[in-house]
Design a protein around this ligand. Structure first.
Ligand SMILES: Cc1cc2nc3c(=O)[nH]c(=O)nc-3n(C[C@H](O)[C@H](O)[C@H](O)COP(=O)(O)OP(=O)(O)OC[C@H]3O[C@@H](n4cnc5c(N)ncnc54)[C@H](O)[C@@H]3O)c2cc1C
Length: 493
C-alpha cells in the first residue's frame, strides 16, 4: 500500500495555467473536487490525487499537452475508462492525467476490409455494436467490455472469454496512431498485415502507457458465427476440473470459450444473475462451441465425451440463445458479485501452463489456511489465465497486508510452475515487485532500453510496469556483487 503524496499547490497553478493556454477551459481540471474521481482505477486500494487532469478533444490537443509536459518536465499518466486492475492509470502527485474520454468517435466500420477505425476512448462493446448490422464483431471481450476503452485494451493487451480461439488484443489490432512524448505522430502497423521491419506494433501493445498516447486504433472485425452453444460441466473437486481443461485442449479442440468457476464463485454470483449454475459442484467449466450449426453439434458432442471421460459429474448443454447468454452472464458478472460476500476483494492475474492448473488450484486452497483469507477462483481456464479473487475486509487491521502477501505468493507460484505474473491485467503498480521475481537484470535492461527509445526523459507513466534494479535489490530479489548493482547506467527513481 503506497502512502498518498500531497500535491504542491504552486506547481499545480503553474501547470494548469500552461494547459489552459493550449486547451479550452472545460478540458482542464485542477480543483481537487474535480480531480478526485481520477484518484484511482479499478485497483481502488491504491489512491493518489492527480496534480492536473486534462481531457483533450482532438489529436492536435493531445500533442499540445505533451509538448507542455515536456517543456515543464511533468510526468504524464494516460487514462481510458479507469477499469484497469493493476493501477496503470493511477495518478502521480506531480503528474498530469490525460483522459481519452472525449476521444470517443467511431471513425469508420468497413465490411470489405473487415476492420474498424476508432478513437481510443471508444468502449470495447461499442465497436461490436457498431459492426453488428454488418454481421461482424470485435472478438476480444474483456468482462469489463461495457465500460473499458479500446485505448486501455491496447495498453494492457486485454483478453477475454473468446480470446482462446480468436486471440488477444495483439492479434486483433492492425494499426495504431500514437502521439509521442517528443511531440510527433507515428503509425505502427498498417491496413495490410505483416509490415516489414521490427514489429513495433507488437512491442507497443501491452506497453501500459509507457511509450506513447494512442490516438487512433484500427481493429480487425470477424463474422458473427451462425450458431453457438455452451456446455456447463460439473466436477466434484477443483483438481479434476483443472485436469479436464488440459484434456479438452489435448483432444485437439479449441473451444470458443473455456472458463472455470469454483463453488465460492458460482455461489456468490447465482443469487445476483440467476444463471442456473450447479451450486453443489466444487467447480464448473463453461465450454463453448461456435461455427455453423453442424460444426457446433459435432464439437459439443466431442467436448461432452472428453469432459465425461475427465470425470464430469453432470453436463448441461444450453438449449437456446437465452440460456447460453445466461451462462456467460454469470461468468462475466463474477467480479462485481464478489462485493456481495466480501467488503473488499483483490483480483490476481497470473498465467500458468494448463497442465499445472490442478496443482496450482490445490496450492491456492492450502494458502487460504496459511493467510487466513478466502479465495474465489473464476478464470480463463483454456488460456491457463488464473484470476484468484482474494476476499478481505480493509477495515480489519492487517487484512489488506495479508491479502497482498497472499497475492504475491500466488504470483510466485505461477512463476515456479513455468508461468507468468500477469495474463491480461498488466503490471501497473500492483505487480511491479513480482517483476523482480520473474525477470533478471538483463531482461529489465532490455525493457528500459525500449522505454528510453520512445521516452528518453522517462515522463510517460513512470514507476509503473518495469521495476528499477534498486527496487529489486531492496526486495532481495536480485543478486548484488560486491555491493555494486549490475547495469549501473539504468534509471534509479
Ligand atoms: C469487473 C472487471 C472485469 C475485468 N475483466 C477483464 C477481462 O476479462 N480481461 C482483461 O483483459 N481485463 C479485464 N479487466 C481489466 C480492465 O478492464 C482492462 O485492463 C482494460 O483494458 C482497461 O481499459 P480502460 O479503458 O479502463 O483503461 P485504464 O484503466 O484507464 O488504463 C489502463 C492502462 O492503459 C493505459 N492507457 C489507457 N488509455 C491509453 C491510451 N490512449 N494510450 C496509451 N495508454 C493508455 C493507462 O495508462 C493504463 O496503464 C476487468 C476489469 C474489471 C473492473
Amino acid at each position: 500500500m503506497m502512502p498518498t503524496i500531497p500535491v504542491d499547490p504552486e506547481r499545480r497553478r503553474q501547470v494548469a495555467a500552461a494547459m489552459r493556454a493550449v486547451l479550452p477551459d472545460r478540458c482542464v481540471l485542477a480543483d481537487p473536487e474535480d480531480t478526485r474521481p481520477y484518484e484511482c482505477d479499478g485497483l481502488a486500494a491504491y489512491r493518489q490525487l492527480p496534480m492536473v487532469v486534462v481531457l483533450p478533444d482532438t489529436e492536435e490537443q493531445v500533442l499540445a499537452v505533451l509538448k507542455v509536459c515536456r517543456e515543464l518536465h511533468v510526468p504524464v499518466v494516460p487514462r481510458g475508462a479507469g477499469t484497469g486492475l493493476s493501477g496503470g492509470a493511477q495518478p502521480l502527485a506531480d503528474g498530469v492525467v490525460i483522459s481519452t474520454a472525449r476521444l470517443n468517435r467511431i471513425l469508420r466500420v468497413d465490411a470489405y476490409s473487415r476492420s474498424a477505425v476508432v478513437q481510443p476512448g471508444v468502449r470495447n462493446l461499442a465497436i461490436s455494436e457498431a459492426a453488428a448490422p454488418l454481421g461482424l464483431y470485435y472478438a476480444p471481450d474483456p468482462s469489463s467490455q461495457i465500460a473499458c476503452s479500446i485505448g486501455g485494451n491496447v495498453a494492457e493487451n486485454s483478453g477475454g472469454v473468446h480470446c482462446l480461439k480468436y486471440g488477444l488484443t495483439v492479434h486483433n489490432v492492425l494499426r495504431v496512431r500514437v502521439a509521442t512524448i517528443e511531440g510527433e505522430m507515428i503509425e505502427l502497423g498498417g491496413a495490410a498485415p505483416d509490415a516489414p521491419g521490427l514489429d513495433l506494433l507488437a512491442v507497443f501493445i501491452g506497453s501500459e502507457g509507457m511509450l506513447g498516447i494512442v490516438t487512433e486504433v484500427t481493429v480487425k472485425l470477424v463474422p458473427k458465427p451462425a450458431a453457438a452453444q455452451v456446455i456447463m460441466a460439473s466436477f466434484g473437486d477443483v483438481a479434476s476440473g483443472g485436469d479436464a481443461v488440459a484434456s479438452v485442449i489435448a483432444a485437439g479442440i479449441i473451444p470458443a470459450g473455456l472458463e472455470m468457476m469454483d463453488r465460492t464463485s458460482s455461489r456468490m454470483v447465482e443469487p445476483f444473475v440467476k444463471a442456473g449454475y450447479d451450486l453443489d459442484a466444487a467447480a464448473i467449466l463453461l465450454c463453448e462451441a461456435d461455427g455453423t450449426a453442424l460444426e457446433v453439434a459435432e464439437e459439443i458432442e466431442r467436448m461432452a465425451a472428453v469432459l465425461k471421460e475427465a470425470g464430469a459429474t453432470a453436463l448441461t448443454v444450453s438449449r437456446d440463445e437465452g440460456e447460453r447468454l445466461r451462462f456467460w452472464s454469470g461468468r462475466k458478472n463474477a467480479f462485481p458479485a464478489a462485493g456481495r460476500i466480501s467488503p473488499d476483494y483483490y483480483c490476481m492475474d497470473g498465467t500458468i501452463p494448463r497442465k499445472r492448473l490442478a496443482h496450482v488450484l490445490e496450492r491456492i486452497e492450502q494458502m487460504e489456511d496459511t493467510f487466513g483469507l478466502r479465495c474465489a477462483n473464476v478464470f480463463h481456464a483454456g488460456d491457463g489465465n488464473m484470476h484468484p479473487l482474494i476476499l478481505f475486509d480493509a477495515n480489519q487491521p492487517g487484512e489488506l497486508d495479508r491479502a497482498e502477501a497472499f497475492g504475491a505468493a500466488i504470483l510466485a507460484l505461477c512463476v515456479e510452475v513455468g508461468g507468468t505474473i500477469t495474463g491480461e491485467h498488466g503490471v501497473g503498480v500492483e505487480k511491479i515487485d513480482s517483476m523482480c521475481v520473474q525477470f533478471g537484470a538483463r531482461e529489465l535492461d532490455a525493457f528500459f532500453a525500449v522505454k528510453r527509445a520512445f521516452d528518453p526523459e522517462m515522463l510517460l507513466n513512470p514507476n509503473k510496469a518495469i521495476p528499477t534494479l534498486n527496487r529489486c535489490a531492496e526486495l532481495g530479489a536480485m543478486r548484488v556483487h560486491g555491493g555494486a548493482l549490475p547495469f549501473a547506467h539504468l534509471p534509479r527513481f
